[in-house]
Each structure stands twice: as structure tokens, then as C-alpha cells.
Ligand binder design. Structure first.
Ligand code: ADP
Ligand code: MG
Length: 362
């Protein structure tokens, strides 16, 4: 009796050791299985993208960050957003404390000392001005004010021919002096960085994200973008919008690494008067909105270049495509009749070009 229970106890103990080993093996298997499942799950379903949108630079700016812990993404976005806001204050014509606005108030022949940041962007814009055969000019500030398309409420009728001619500046109205000093040759020579400053702000925003260790992200400021890295290992897919239908795309392009894509369009700010569309991109030769395109898209190494060139190409029209090609950028243009043109570099980049009936390719 005694031995029986003992025996049974031993047996029980023996069973228990066996059982324990069995359980351990099972547990190990289970741990292994769990780890595998977890790993597979994280491969199949990558952590969600981190999105944040703000109204800065007079437009909606969206930050998208992949493969980054939430607190890091949040801190990086905050720093990038502050930096972009700082640039806007410095370069916007309507921020009275910014150098641009202060310079614009000055009379002719009054030397003004710019900060090196402003000086750099002026020099970049002037290079773009000469490379684009004067299509791009940062001295159209007074004309831009006259057309009133960057203000709210916008104008609804065109200004008089004489007032346009009065404010149409000479191409060299901004005179460089020594040591970052500049002066106007005429009072109407007013700075307007509207065609390039958004791109510069995006570049500085990306610089901030990188400084916070972000490797995979997009900053999208009202359709103008710089992308870095990938979306969980695959390229970011970017759609180019149809100029006459905001819900349609005319093409999609796969981008990865570090590249910018910017679009200028006559649909952003415009009014229709006597069946004619008046928009915010001016031809410096006439002082009137350029009528050669509905939209232009440029892909370049950085957003400052892509932004400046998309505006310049808009003024140049399709004849500008080889010029953009010459400077190593991909470009696409939809002309005033809705025909789509692209340079060779864009040809090789476009993933799909779904041309709507009104668009044909040449
Ligand atoms: P958006 O700012 O709507 O994205 P753009 O980058 O093409 O569009 O810039 C248009 C702005 O550039 C205008 O609102 C004006 O401030 C400025 N601008 C207009 N015409 C020219 C031009 N020929 N060269 C340089 N800047 C221009
Ligand atoms: Mg631009």
C-alpha cells in the first residue's frame, strides 16, 4: 500500500519529469512559433506610416514617415515644420518682419544688406533666370501685387494695360553691390520668391528630418514634394494630377532615394474674365499670365530646383523641355490645348501614362 503510493508517487514523479520535459519542448516550440509568426507578421504588415498635416506656407503640408518609431517621427516633424515656417516668414512678401518685405518697401538706389541665406536664394534664382532665358524672374513682386492673384480676396478683373507696363521691370533691375548688398534700380523692382521659396522650404524640412535620423519620408507641400528612401523597401508611387480634373492623374511615377517632384498649374489661383483664364504665373516679357501651358511637372535632385524650373517651364512652354533636359532634369508639360509633352528623361521615368481623351502624347 505504502509502496504503491510511493511507487505511484515515483511513477507520478517520473511522469511529472517526463511531462515537464514535454512541456518545456512544447513551450520552446511555442516560443519559436510565436517569434516566427511575429516576424512574419511584421514582414507582411509593416508598421503603419506616420502622417501629419499642417497649414503652413499658405498651403497644406503633409509629412509622411515610414519605418520610424512614433516619438522619433513626431519630434522630427515638429522640427521640420518649425523650420519651414521660419523660411516662409523670411521669404514671404507679406511678412513685414522678413527681409523680403523690408527690401520691397525701400526706394530705388538704397543699398540693403541681406543675410547669407537670402543672398544664396537670390543667387540661385538669378542663375535660374539666365538659364531659363529670363522666363523665371524673382523681381515680379510689384506685378504680382497688381494682378492680386496671391492675395485674398483675389482680383476678378485684369488690371489695365498701362498699369502693367508701368510695373514691368527690366531683367536686371536688381543690382548687386559688394558684400551681400543689393539695391533696386527702380522702385517697382520688388522681390517675389513665390516661384521658388516653397521648394526651398521643402528642402530645409527634409534636412531637418534627416538630422533626426529619418531615412524614409515624403514632404508634400500642396502637391510639391521631396521624397527620401522608400516605403517599406519599395519606391514611393507619386501621381501627377490632371490640370482640369483634380480627381484624375495623368501619370504615375515610382520614386526612391532622394528626389523632388514639383508641379505648377494654372488651376491653383486664377479667375475667369470674358472667357479667358487669368492665373498667377506671369510671363516677364509681357506682364500677363503665361498662356503656353496648363501645367508643368519637373523632377530634380532637390525641391528648390524642381520648383523654380516648373515655374520657368510653364512660361517657356514646350520649347523649354530640351532646356530642362540639358540641365539634367525630367519634365512633363500639358500645353494650353491639353496636349501632353515630355522630355526624354521623363520618358524613361514614367511608370504609366494614362492619358485621358483630351491628352495626347508627342
Ligand atoms: P505655386 O506657388 O502655386 O506652387 P509656382 O511655383 O509656379 O506655383 O509659383 C507661382 C508663383 O511664382 C506666383 O504666385 C508668383 O509669386 C511667382 N511668379 C509668377 N510668375 C513668375 C515668373 N515668371 N518667375 C518667377 N516667379 C514667378
Ligand atoms: Mg515654382
Amino acid at each position: 500500500m505504502f509502496s504503491k503510493p510511493l511507487a505511484s508517487h515515483n511513477a507520478c514523479q517520473h511522469l511529472s519529469i517526463h511531462h515537464y520535459r514535454h512541456m518545456l519542448i512544447q513551450f520552446k516550440r511555442w516560443i519559436t512559433l510565436f517569434t516566427c509568426t511575429f516576424l512574419f507578421a511584421s514582414c507582411d504588415q509593416p508598421p503603419p506610416l506616420h502622417h501629419e498635416t499642417f497649414f503652413i506656407l499658405g498651403t497644406l503640408v503633409e509629412f509622411t514617415i515610414a519605418d520610424t518609431p512614433e516619438p522619433t517621427a513626431q519630434a522630427a516633424i515638429l522640427a521640420a515644420k518649425d523650420e519651414m515656417q521660419r523660411i516662409h516668414t523670411r521669404f514671404a512678401t507679406n511678412h513685414s518682419e522678413g527681409e523680403t518685405a523690408i527690401f520691397n518697401q525701400l526706394p530705388a538706389h538704397r543699398p540693403f544688406l541681406f543675410s547669407s541665406e537670402e543672398q544664396q536664394l537670390i543667387l540661385q534664382a538669378q542663375l535660374l533666370q539666365s538659364q531659363s532665358q529670363q522666363a523665371f524672374q524673382i523681381t515680379l513682386g510689384a506685378l504680382d501685387q497688381l494682378w492680386g492673384l496671391s492675395q485674398s480676396p483675389m482680383r476678378s478683373t485684369p488690371p489695365s494695360e498701362s498699369s502693367i507696363q508701368q510695373l514691368l521691370p527690366d531683367i536686371d533691375c536688381l543690382e548687386p553691390l559688394a558684400n551681400q548688398q543689393w539695391q533696386k534700380r527702380v522702385a517697382s523692382c520688388q522681390l517675389d520668391f513665390g516661384g521658388i521659396a516653397k521648394g526651398y522650404a521643402i528642402d530645409q524640412g527634409i534636412k531637418m528630418l534627416k538630422a533626426h535620423g529619418i531615412a524614409n519620408a515624403i514632404i508634400n507641400a500642396g502637391g510639391d514634394m521631396r521624397i527620401i528612401g522608400t516605403k517599406h523597401g519599395t519606391p514611393w508611387k507619386i501621381g501627377i494630377r490632371h490640370p482640369r480634373n483634380a480627381t484624375k492623374t495623368i501619370a504615375a511615377v515610382d520614386l526612391s532615394g532622394d528626389v523632388s517632384i514639383v508641379t505648377s498649374g494654372d488651376y491653383e489661383r486664377f479667375f475667369i474674365y470674358n472667357d479667358r483664364r487669368y492665373h498667377h504665373i506671369l510671363d516677364p516679357k509681357t506682364g500677363y499670365p503665361s498662356d503656353r501651358a496648363q501645367s508643368t511637372t519637373v523632377i530634380a535632385d532637390n525641391a528648390t530646383l524642381a520648383d523654380g524650373w516648373s515655374t520657368a517651364l510653364f512660361v517657356l512652354g514646350k520649347e523649354g523641355l530640351p532646356i530642362v533636359e540639358k540641365y539634367g532634369m525630367a519634365a512633363l508639360l500639358i500645353d494650353h490645348d491639353g496636349h501632353l509633352y515630355q522630355n526624354q528623361r521623363m520618358d524613361s521615368m514614367l511608370k504609366t501614362a494614362q492619358h485621358p481623351p483630351s491628352l495626347s502624347q508627342q
